[in-house]
Each structure stands twice: as C-alpha cells, then as structure tokens.
Design a protein around this ligand. Structure first.
Ligand SMILES: [Zn+2]
Length: 190
C-alpha cells in the first residue's frame, strides 16, 4: 500500500510561480497520475489530493502502509533549479534513490521542443532529519516516506515545464516506476 499526498491544499496554494502556476494544483495533478499508474500495476494506493497532512497521518495510524509519499514543487530565489528527493527510514531511502534517478534521467534526456536536455537537474537525495522542513512533512509516517520536490515553480523555466501535462505525466511515470522498481528489488509492496 502506497500512500500519496499532494503538498498543501485545503486553502493553501503552496508556492506560486512567476506566471501564476500554483504548487498545490500541480502536486494534486501529479498525485492522481501516479495513483493511476500504480493501480495499473496492481499496487494498492491511497490518495490524498486535497487534504491536510494530519488527515493522512491519522489514516496511516489506522492502516498498514509500505510508504508515504508527498509531492511538492520547490521554491527558493527564482534562480535555483532541479529535482531533489527527501527520504525517511531505510526503504524510503531506497525508493527515493530510484525515484530521483528516474526523474533526473527523464529531465536529462532531450524530449523535443519542450524539453531540451537538462543537465543540472540532479540535486540528489537528502535525509529528512528531525526538525527539517521535509522531516516535518514525512517523519510522522512510521512506515517511512519520501518527499519529491519535482522542480522549482518560482524558476520561470521550470514553471514552464511544470505547466506541461506531458512533463507532469513523465514525472509521474518516473515516480511510479521508481516505486515499482524499488519494490521489485526489496521484497515488494502489498
Ligand atoms: Zn510544498
């Protein structure tokens, strides 16, 4: 069982890009795409597309899950760029490695007019230590978790990428494949 939550929502748009793209809308769209792809591979999924984190945590306390996944867009100075994945606990780290590798590989591969090769996409995987922003998001999940910061929504170029359904679908595919691949190499998900 994989639990997916879109960052922000319930009145909080999250970060907003230079042309008005809203983080929560993009995260919710990608969560739905990941859910669809995982179900197609017979992986059980619980989605929280527009819910407070506390609702997801309550759900986790009452059910058995393999992994908790939050999807966000990054924001910093407008100039920062790339993808990073935060992890909590052992299996979370393994899956984070697979997801990060898949997303970066996609972004580095030329994909037509909308996606020239993007060599600086890899910001790596990072441990969501206690007290960190990502830690506050995912450490409540006893099953372990990961938080994907897809791209920087406040970077004009990356906002433009996030706006494209094709890019969102490919990122969702990269995440779903990463979860499935991690499950295959470590005993599977239920
Ligand atoms: Zn966020």
């Amino acid at each position: 069982m994989i639990v997916l939550r879109a960052g922000h929502g319930t009145g909080d748009s999250g970060a907003v890009g230079p042309t008005g793209l809203q983080e929560h809308d993009i995260a919710a769209d990608v969560v739905q795409r990941i859910g669809h792809l995982l179900r197609a591979h017979q992986v059980a999924v619980q989605e929280f597309t527009n819910n407070r984190r506390s609702e997801a945590m309550t759900w986790l306390r009452n059910h058995t899950a393999d992994l908790y996944v939050e999807i966000h867009c990054n924001a910093a100075t407008g100039k920062a760029k790339g993808t990073e994945t935060w992890w909590y606990t052992g299996w979370g780290k393994h899956v984070a490695g697979c997801v990060q590798q898949n997303v970066v590989e996609y972004l580095r591969t030329p994909g037509g007019w909308y996606l020239p090769a993007y060599p600086d996409a890899d910001r790596g995987i990072k441990e969501a230590v206690a007290g960190s922003r990502a830690g506050n998001c995912i450490r409540g999940a006893a099953c372990g978790g990961l938080l994907l910061e897809m791209l920087f929504i406040d970077n004009r170029r990356e906002e433009g990428l996030l706006r494209l359904p094709t890019v969102r679908q490919e990122i969702a595919q990269a995440v779903a494949d990463g979860i499935i691949r991690a499950a295959d190499t470590s005993g599977g998900t239920k």
